[in-house]
Every structure is written in C-alpha cells, then in structure tokens.
Design a binder for this molecule. Structure first.
Ligand code: TRP
Length: 337
C-alpha cells in the first residue's frame, strides 16, 4: 500500500530490438500484451540499441530503425501517459550495472544459452558482447527491480539467467534485486508467411503492422497454406494452416466457425480465405496507421516522449545503481572520515 492506501502496482519491464517498423509477429507476440498491461502494471518499455550493436546492425541504419520502432510502439497504442517508453542507450546506468553483474554472472551459464550457441555457430569470430548479451538484459530488468517481464518463449532462458544473477548477487552483497517472473503470452510464437519459421524481419516472412491495405494483400497472398490442399476443390485442414492460425488471432471471432467450415468443405478457396484475412488485418490496424502518420509528421513529439521516458527511467535506475555500487565497495569516499 502507498500513502493513499492504493495497492502498489507490480513493475514490469520489457525490451525490443530496434528493427524498424514492427511486424505482425511483434504485435501479436508482444506489443498487444504490453498495451493491455499499461493500466494494471507500472510499465517500462525500452528499445535496446545497445543490444543491437552486437548483432549485424549497420551504424548508418540504426538511428532510423530505432526511431521507426518508437513510432510503431506509439502507433499500436502504448500511451506515454500510462507507461514509460525509452531508448536503452539514453539510460547509461544499464551499462554500468551490466558490468557489476559480470562480477557474478557464471560464464558456464552464458555459454549454455541457446541464442548464444546459435549465433556463435554462425560466426567465425565471436564478439564478447554476444556472450554477455544476457548480462545486459539482466541489468535492463533488475535496474528497475521489475517484478515481471513479458517476453516470448524464446527469452525464457534469458529470464532464468536474470533470476540466477539476482540470486548470486543478493547472496554475496545482500538482498537488493527481486527475482522477476516471466509472463509468456498464450499465443506462442507467430509463424511467418512461409508457414514454417518464426515471423522475423531477417527471414522476409513478415507483414508490417503499418503497411497499407494494398501491401497487406500483396503479402498475405503469398502466405503458405495447407500444403496438401493443391486444387481449389481439395478440402483443407485448418489445424495445419498458418492462415487459419492468423485468422484466429486477428479476425472477428464470430467469423471463425464459418472460415473453418468453408476450409474443411472446400466451400471457399484459399485465395478468398486470404482476402478475408488481409481485410481483417487492414481494418484492425487502421488506427495504427493513423497514429503512425501523426508521429511521422511530428517527429519532435516522438523525441520528447523518448526523452521524457528516459528521464523518468533514469531517476529510478540511478538509485538502484548507486546502492549496488555502494554494496560492492565502489564508494571510496566512504573511507574519508
Ligand atoms: N533479448 C530480447 C529480444 O531479443 C530484447 C531485450 C533486451 C529484452 N533487454 C530486455 C526483453 C529486457 C525483455 C527484458 O527479444
């Protein structure tokens, strides 16, 4: 309870890579949940440009990709009056806490991370940042002493490591960091238009959430459906069709029984079924396109929102960092009586 007697909200932090305009997978797998969490939780959302530089990011592109992701977050309905949105590099305290955590993060655990192993296997020379990526992620979360972290299934392991870092640090320097819970959305991972891999920009299997209706149709049209449904009159199997899965996530629930039935009986062909999906997406995201147009026309507003977000985030992060430093003895002035 705070002074007014209100129950204190659980603090939440989540992060997203600066990958430019968001796609349907970002929205259904993460942002939709973030938007719904704004009132029930005290939310912090950060665009992780310091994480991006250990990937294949291009310095000439990164500023634009970061800005476009910020526009996407605002477009889907994150409201700067109800949550804190900021760019990771604006709160430099994350960096220092990550270094302090390097004092307790076990290399063996870092080497066991699936994401690390996948990336390292593809690289001839592995930058240390690829290994230490989850240490910075732990700092992003723990510097706000967040109680919960909404993330996709693929981040569960990083969250487990965050908890392990908190435990080890607390055991050595005294209780400071809570062990955050992962909140994994029920939708699971969103499969791309190829019908097979996770929707992701680098695979080119996405639909942009800010795409115009014509473009949405161009993209949805290429979606892979039930591979056994070859001719127009072949009955389809909605349970193996990614277009049907997407319908269940975006199309009006009242229409779903008919879509399923018409697929099974071949009453409707895949092209027409995709038309309905493209229309659902175009309609559902119309308000997103409008908000994005507003922010693109007023980029100064985006800058102000991100700067205000960073100021607020920093006011909390600085306090946690100061305490962590003190507990670790990074505090030489205390030797002077
Ligand atoms: N690693 C996350 C991803 O690739 C992004 C991220 C960075 C993050 N810091 C975070 C997610 C803190 C949640 C909390 O999706």
């Amino acid at each position: 309870m705070d002074q007014t007697g209100a129950k204190k909200k659980t603090r939440v932090l989540s992060g997203v890579q600066p990958s430019g305009e968001a796609h349907l997978g970002n929205y259904l797998g993460a942002f939709r949940q973030w938007v719904h969490m704004q009132d029930e939780y005290e939310c912090f959302f950060t665009i992780v440009d310091q994480h991006a530089i250990v990937g294949e990011s291009d310095p000439a592109e990164l500023p634009r990709l970061t800005f476009d992701m910020a526009v996407s977050l605002l477009a889907v309905g994150l409201d700067p009056e109800r949550c804190t949105i900021f760019v990771q590099s604006d709160v430099i305290e994350h960096m220092e806490l990550a270094w302090l955590f390097n004092a307790v993060a076990p290399i063996g655990d870092l080497e066991r991370m699936t994401q690390y192993k996948d990336k390292a296997a593809r690289l001839e020379s592995v930058p240390a940042g690829v290994l230490n990526y989850p240490v910075l992620q732990a700092a992003d979360i723990l510097i706000y002493r967040a109680g919960a972290v909404p993330v996709g299934e693929d981040q569960r392991q990083h969250l487990e490591l965050t908890r392990e870092i908190a435990r080890r640090w607390n055991a050595k320097y005294g209780e400071l960091f809570p062990e955050p819970e992962a909140i994994i959305p029920e939708v699971g991972r969103i499969i791309g238009l190829d019908g097979n891999a996770k929707m992701s920009k680098s695979l080119g299997n996405t639909i942009g959430i800010l795409d115009e209706p014509d473009r949405i149709w161009e993209r949805v049209r290429t979606a892979v459906t039930d591979p056994q449904r070859i001719r127009r009159d072949d009955p389809g199997r909605p349970e193996v069709c990614n277009v049907f899965t997407l319908h269940q996530l975006v199309t009006d629930a009242g229409l779903i029984p008919d879509i399923e039935q018409q697929c099974r009986t071949a009453g409707r062909g895949c092209v027409d079924c995709k038309r309905i999906l493209a229309d659902s997406i175009a309609d559902a995201f119309q308000p997103f396109r409008e908000r994005a147009a507003h922010y693109r026309a007023n980029p100064g507003e985006v800058r102000d929102i991100l700067e205000r977000g960073a100021d607020h985030a920093r006011s909390i992060a600085a306090g946690t960092l100061a305490e962590a430093r003190r507990r670790m003895g990074i505090d030489w002035r205390s030797a002077i009586p």
